[in-house]
Design a protein around this ligand. Structure first.
Ligand code: BJW
Ligand code: ZN
Length: 245
């Protein structure tokens, strides 16, 4: 085991209040493409161009085509060992908060309980007319889905560029990060704000990053672990909590 991994495991075993921030890299090993980077999927769709309210106003069918394709693809997807390791860490520490930028619901599927989905959830719809939110998990939606209550156009209940994050969720995330003694940033390119700024709110914590490549966060953490989350997180949890020994 590498020295940084051992150091991270020691910090995790001593921690009582852990906050984890996750991004698309955690779901990558379940086969969900990331937004940016080498395997960045959505190669034909740049997130900055399609994940914004102007794009939806201009061409809602195009935006829905992207989201419906992603909903379809997520249908058969299962959590991977990285998701499971994060759920295991939650079961082992006194206080735990997971702040995820992912909208795929895979953390909850892996058994994580205290999850703040700060960029929303792709399975929910939000009515552009009456504001009603609905869980439409697993359903195939129309190309331009209409609200069952008022008939107006629905949109995915996710946070697009230029939109505010839900203030209650965001306040809870900041509070959790400020009070934690270990902050773990996993599988995020750390370029999208305000989530990327959470690292700076974790002033009093040991800060650890897990990523396959360096990010703007790498130089600002105490321990940067280079590798796949599906491999490193189970090792980290096993070493910290003596699992499987
Ligand atoms: C692995 C791995 C493996 C791969 N193991 N690792 C200038 C400066 C600062 C901020 C701004 C600015 N100009 C504009 C802004 C604000 C803007 C922003 O941050 N822009 C920057 C891009 C410059 N932010 C916003 O607009 C936010 N709102 C806001 O600020 O409100 C206030 C405001 C209001 C009005 C006006 C202005 C401000 C909202 C941001 C919403 C982001 N939404 C999306 C789409 C969500 C819905 C959907 O899924 O479609 O969220 S965009 C997309 O990026 C998605 C993600 O959650 C988010 C972050 O991406 P993530 O998760 O980090 O993925 P990737 O692909 O980037 O990275 C994957 C990483 O995994 C890589 O590092 C790989 O190496 C790694 N990896 N395999 C470990 N196996
Ligand atoms: Zn409605």
């Amino acid at each position: 085991m590498s020295a940084p991994l051992q150091q991270a495991a020691r910090a995790l075993s001593a921690a009582t209040n852990v906050c984890v921030l996750t991004g698309a890299g955690v779901s990558a090993e379940s086969g969900v493409p990331t937004f940016r980077g080498l395997d960045g999927l959505w190669k034909n769709f740049r997130p900055e161009e399609v994940s914004n309210p102007d794009a939806f106003a201009r061409d809602p069918a195009l935006v829905w085509e992207w989201y419906n394709m992603r909903r379809d693809r997520l249908g058969g997807v299962e959590p991977n060992p990285g998701h499971h390791a994060i759920a295991e860490i939650e079961r082992r520490v006194d206080r735990f908060t997971l702040v995820t930028q992912n909208v795929d619901g895979l953390h909850a599927a892996a058994g994580s309980r205290n999850v703040l989905e700060v960029h929303g959830n792709i399975w929910r719809t939000l009515c552009t007319g009456c504001g009603r939110r609905q869980d439409r998990t697993g359903e195939r939606l129309d190309a331009l889905p209409a609200c069952p209550a008022c008939g107006a156009l629905l949109r995915p209940d996710v946070v697009w560029f230029g939109e505010m994050l839900d203030p209650d969720l965001w306040d809870a995330a900041v509070e959790a990060v400020r009070s934690c003694d270990l902050f773990l940033s996993v599988g995020t390119s750390a370029v999208v704000y305000p989530a990327a700024g959470l690292l700076d709110a974790a002033a009093g914590a040991v800060k650890i990053e897990v990523n396959v490549e360096p990010t703007p966060a790498s130089a600002r953490v105490d321990i940067a672990l280079a590798g796949r989350s599906g491999q490193l997180l189970p090792l980290l949890a096993r070493q910290a909590f003596g699992l499987g020994d």
